[in-house]
Design a binder for this molecule. Sequence first.
Ligand code: ATP
Ligand code: MG
Length: 545
Amino acid sequence: MPRKRLGVVTEGAFNAGLTVRLDPDVTTEQMRIGDFCIVDGDQNLYFSMISDMQLCATDARVSADPPMNAPPFIVNALRGALTYATVQVKPMLMMPKGDEDDFVVDLQSPQPVRTIPMHLALLSEADASDFRAVFGDEQKGQQYFAMGTPLTMDIPICLNLERLVERSNGIFGQSGTGKSFLVRLLLCGVIKSRVAVNLIFDMHNEYAFGKESEDGHFVKGLTQLFGRSRVLVYSLDQDTVARGGRSPDRIIQIGLNQIEPEDVLLMAQELNLRGTAEATIILLQEHYKNNWLSQLVTMKPDEMDAFCAESGAHIASLQALQRAMKRLRAKNYVVVQGNFNLIDEIVQVLDNGQNVIIHFGRYDSSLDHMLVANLITRRVRQLYRKKVEQYEQTQDKTDKPRPLMITIEEAHSFLNPSVSRQTIFGTIARELRKYHVTLMVVDQRPSSIDDEVLSQLGTRITGKLTEERDIEGVLTGVAGRSFLRGALESLDTREQVLLMGHAVPMPIVVRTRKYDEAFYTAMMTDRDGRKPKTASEATAELFDF
Ligand SMILES: Nc1ncnc2c1ncn2[C@@H]1O[C@H](COP(=O)(O)OP(=O)(O)OP(=O)(O)O)[C@@H](O)[C@H]1O
Ligand SMILES: [Mg+2]
């Protein structure tokens, strides 16, 4: 079936895009900024995006003296004769046409645009086969994951999960746009397809177990969808979890001996530490080596005086540091002597292809997030690094570490410009996938994240942003930003996102896939369409918290 014709190209420039005059029976209201459309050149099809619209008049009298209160038939008569509309179209990809005119050849994949079509090339609506040609199709392989549909059509738009996990990614959007739901969708896709294993810092207790959505119904957690054989929960908080009737697989504790000076300095703001803290910590470390923290929290006033006299430390600074460290010590999940066995076990679990959720329970302050996420991630990356070095030596396929994706919400705590150079997350974002570890960064305010980190993000998925700085931030290092800005500005406040970057061949606006019963069924179904569980087994699993 031929595509629906919209208009013809009348002007254009490679950099500025094409101007298309709409046919008289096509109105601007049938289209939206960011729509995916096709320009049909002589030799190529151009997969393009609508970036602007304009209303024009051929006769200056129409604007100078418009027929006020004209009946509809007059307005219609003017259309095409004296008034017309144009749209600005930006070609994003092109594909050589097959022999048969207009025929999308399956074997050829779309290429970056290197030219533009001539005058009077036809603009038409994209159809299902165009979407499939560009974005792939879930039937084509496990790596294709349907993320949503175009705003005006019901065609699945896929993301390439293999490419997604190759680089660090960002999920942005102001509060309530659906970031956490997007993260759920993506994690499900990655877990189901096994393209990577996941370490998820579940800072707001959203992913492990079911949770009530803003619409008031309960949505399933990852443990319910994939079972404990695929998703393990390590919690900081035994109590809340037990109260909710859901038990984690393990309880994690953090030892004072595992906390490093960098961790403390990173939390300086949360802990109200002054600039002198660093010098004091160095002196404590010189004296007590690895036990500096456990010694500090138990020091009596006279011991503190003696230490200051001996080391030259400043007493007020030492006292302030002790107060801050006592705050940490008071947390139930902090013990004096911790060991790395549990964290090392996490790496083992990931190595087995299982996914790990770190559940924070009632410990949901940014102090908790920073302390725990940094400490665990530092150790995990250290072990991954060893694995990669071993793999490079042996070059044995069985030694190859599985790609790991680490999900962090409230990412600005770790990646804002003042700390991103010190945190392990900043390091991971910058070193790309050298050690097979990448990040999924989730935040409301991209502008609060270090530019250098933003520019390293491979795939960005962003919901509505209103602040100018955030829009700038999310488009950092993206080609064709002026075209994308319009698409970004026209998003609804919920469940619509702009997908761009490494995992999609061209940017596109989609309505996010629903995280609902149909989605659960798709996730619990094998690739060959077999349901692995009977309905009653699935229900039983639902209540097996
Ligand atoms: N894909 C989806 N399927 C079903 N419901 C959705 C989806 N996306 C968003 N919603 C609805 O929108 C609400 C807000 O989404 P969500 O909690 O993901 O926002 P958020 O961007 O994470 O907000 P915050 O920044 O405050 O954490 C959800 O409670 C849900 O009702
Ligand atoms: Mg959220």
